[in-house]
Design a protein around this ligand. Structure first.
Ligand SMILES: Nc1nc2c(ncn2[C@@H]2O[C@H](COP(=O)(O)OP(=O)(O)OP(=O)(O)O)[C@@H](O)[C@H]2O)c(=O)[nH]1
Ligand SMILES: [Mg+2]
Length: 302
């Protein structure tokens, strides 16, 4: 196939936190690459997911959800990662949840010039919309904003209408050579994948406040013939949080470890020996220097 016929493009998935961006990415790719949870602010880093269909390569960028009202350095970092992903891409997918278009969405979309040809509004979680008859008038009012070339209602979780979104993206990506091999689905290291899977198992097993205070560092990732040894430290901000993460007689940490090990064995297709430690790093979410040593690169996100 000549270069002329090939197409490739970057597609950013942005929107407020918890609207289902990562769930949508996983559904498009047909496999879980991004962690998701019912709790807000799950995604912290930009993540590339790749889908190649015949001569077209789509490179998706999953981003942290925008959120207001949090002044910590970690939150600022996450908003900055999301903002930077709105620029310089071929297609922008802006995701909202149901028929909820808020002032914050309005503000975020004002970062995009009017009549921008390649932005698509995704109305996700249509399975949760009770008044289905409100959908058409809502789509009408959204098209009057003149911000989106396409408006696509879908349900990422229930796998409804996601193919319409993919069809619409395929029409919009420009000609260009492919950047990744056609069978590559994700562009992250196995270390990163491991830290994210461990963090997801923590998030889903702790109370509502704790997810924002947990960070995972991989201390050792050693591949041997039949087994991979992974040592990881879970950082929290206070010793009371450490107790919550460990649980009585270590039960919580044990269940986090088991769930993470099982998923890692499936994803990495090898036996895993996983050791977890919990450490207190006071104030890490609001300390730029600590964030940067923990892998949150504030410089790179701008
Ligand atoms: N009912 C329903 N729930 C959904 C749908 N898509 C996502 N969800 C749920 O919404 C919650 C948030 O999903 P995520 O994919 O983590 O959302 P996100 O936008 O990536 O969130 P952040 O990374 O925090 O910005 C999870 O509990 C998902 O299962 C959908 O189509 N229908
Ligand atoms: Mg996410």
């Amino acid at each position: 196939m000549s270069l002329k016929n090939k197409k490739s493009g970057y597609i950013s998935i942005v929107g407020k936190t918890n609207v289902g961006k990562s769930t949508l990415l996983n559904e498009i790719l047909g496999q879980k690459v991004a962690i998701t949870s019912r709790k807000p602010q799950t995604t912290r880093h930009r993540l590339l997911g790749i889908k190649t269909i015949a001569d077209s390569q789509m490179i998706f960028i999953d981003t942290p959800g925008f959120h207001k009202g949090h002044k910590r350095a970690l939150n600022q970092y996450m908003n900055k990662v999301a903002s930077s992903a709105m620029k310089g891409v071929d297609v922008l997918i802006y995701v909202i949840e149901g028929l909820n278009w808020t002032e914050e969405d309005q503000e975020l979309m004002s970062q995009i010039p009017e009549g921008y040809e390649t932005s698509i509004l995704v109305i996700n979680k249509t399975d949760k919309i009770e008044q289905k008859e409100d959908l058409l008038p809502f789509i009408g009012s959204m098209s009057e904003l003149n911000k989106f070339s396409d408006i696509i209602p879908l349900s990422a979780l229930k796998k409804q209408n996601v193919s319409s979104l993919v069809d619409s993206i395929l029409l919009k990506i420009p000609e260009g050579d492919h950047i990744y091999p056609s069978d590559q689905v994700v562009d992250v290291s196995e270390r990163f994948l491991a830290s994210e899977i461990i963090r997801e198992k923590c998030i889903t097993r702790v109370g509502d406040e704790l997810p924002y205070r947990i960070s995972v560092a991989i201390d050792k990732f050693k591949e041997e013939d039949k087994i991979t040894h992974i040592d990881a430290t879970l950082f929290v901000e206070k010793s009371s949080q450490k107790g919550m993460l460990i649980g009585s007689s270590g039960s919580k940490l044990k269940s986090i470890g088991t769930a993470a090990r099982l998923e890692l064995e499936e994803v990495l297709q090898t036996k895993i020996m996983l050791n977890l430690w919990v450490k207190v790093k006071s104030g890490w979410t609001d300390d730029e220097a600590m964030l940067s040593t923990m892998g949150y690169d504030l410089g790179k996100s701008s």
